[in-house]
Design a protein around this ligand. Structure first.
Ligand code: SAM
Ligand code: DTB
Ligand code: SF4
Length: 325
């Protein structure tokens, strides 16, 4: 199958709306063509700067304007972060993602410290990723030179639904940062969240945005909303697992070579729910009992799940290895 970035919304809708079993059968078939079935990349997240964010993202526990009980924490020290990364590596993680609750990166001493962290994690031989809000082209280049492998910046939802969720920046701002990341030669990690009160059309629109970028993101996180008390979306209904699987399967079919990450929301999913997600083409999870600020399944539970489903943790930098072999 060829990789296309000229998908129409109608074509994506037709895939998303297929009978469920046909959809996951086809997604699993394409998955086997592009990836080793049963191989799942284990990643670790660390919140290096927590809370107090000036943005108004309606889902986010770290926005200063909502009372969510998240303690504000200044940027961590480099050594402390590297100690976490080492522990994550020893526990089998091959990707380490550092999150900062910033609207955008500023050229200051904090940024210099992040560059040091990136360098240190890269030297451990892990894929190093950051998610810190908007970036200029120069900042992206500096991160790239420090050894950054990927940058996470989600489009979150469709362009049409965006202003119902966030008013302090625009969809275009998001796309501009993704362009800056790509131009700096950093792998783009971009996906979204379901459960924000969006329609099926919004979900299809979001997947259309991602699948028609000049180059598909190397990594597409699909998050199920974690409903946090104090945020405007606290009372939203729980995400339907069938919808989550449909999103994953559609992402797999239209962006076959991307890593599709089963991201937030696993704490509320059973093992059989997650098995369907892996069947439908998800090939990565976040490990450890905390995402950035919200709960995630415990390490031992995930180990037991890998054993039960016969899943194998994927090695770091797999694509590069295949290229040089
Ligand atoms: N401040 C940066 C930004 O917004 O890009 C980086 C950190 S932000 C927490 C990273 C991503 O986490 C968001 O784009 C969103 O997709 C996801 N996220 C945040 N809160 C969430 C929640 N309650 N449930 C699911 N995903 C969430
Ligand atoms: C992504 O798409 N999901 C991860 C990662 N990128 C940074 C974060 C999910 C955060 C969930 C809410 C929290 O724990 O604060
Ligand atoms: Fe801030 Fe990012 Fe949370 Fe939005 S998602 S409030 S930008 S930390």
């Amino acid at each position: 199958m060829e990789i296309r970035n000229d998908w129409t919304k109608e074509e994506i809708a037709a895939i998303y709306n297929r009978p469920f079993l046909e959809l996951i059968y086809d997604a699993a078939t394409i998955h086997r063509e592009f990836h080793a079935m049963g191989e799942v990349q284990v990643c670790t997240l660390l919140s290096i700067k927590t809370g107090g964010c000036p943005e108004d993202c309606a889902y986010c526990p770290q926005a200063a304007r909502y009372n969510t009980g998240v303690d504000v924490q200044a940027l961590m020290q480099t050594e402390e972060v590297l100690a976490y990364a080492r522990r994550a590596k020893n526990a089998g993680s091959t990707r380490f993602c550092m999150g900062a609750a910033w609207r955008e990166v500023r050229d200051n001493r904090d940024f210099d410290r992040v560059l040091e962290m990136v360098k240190g994690v890269n030297e451990l031989g892990m894929e190093v990723c950051c998610t810190m809000g908007m970036l200029t082209e120069e900042q992206a280049k500096k991160l790239s030179n420090a050894g950054l492998y990927a940058y996470n910046h989600n489009v979150d939802t469709s362009e049409e639904h965006y202003s119902d969720i966030i008013t302090t920046r625009t969809y275009d701002d998001r796309l501009k940062t993704l362009g800056n990341v790509r131009k700096a030669g950093i792998s783009v990690c971009s996906g979204g969240i379901i459960g924000l009160g969006e329609t099926h059309d919004d979900r299809i629109g979001m997947l259309h945005t991602l699948a028609t970028l000049p180059v598909h993101p190397g990594s597409v996180p699909i998050n199920a909303l974690v409903r946090v008390a104090g945020t405007p979306l606290q009372d939203n209904p729980k995400v339907d697992i069938w919808d989550m699987v449909r999103m994953i399967a559609t992402a797999r079919l239209i962006m076959p070579s991307a890593m599709v990450r089963l991201s937030a929301g696993r704490a509320e999913m059973s093992i059989s729910d997650q098995a369907l997600c892996f069947m439908a083409g998800a090939n990565s999870i976040f490990s450890g009992d905390k995402l950035l600020t919200t709960p995630n399944p415990a390490f031992d539970e995930d180990n037991a799940m890998f054993k039960l489903l016969g899943l194998k943790a994927r090695e770091a930098f797999k694509e590069e290895k295949v290229l040089v072999d």
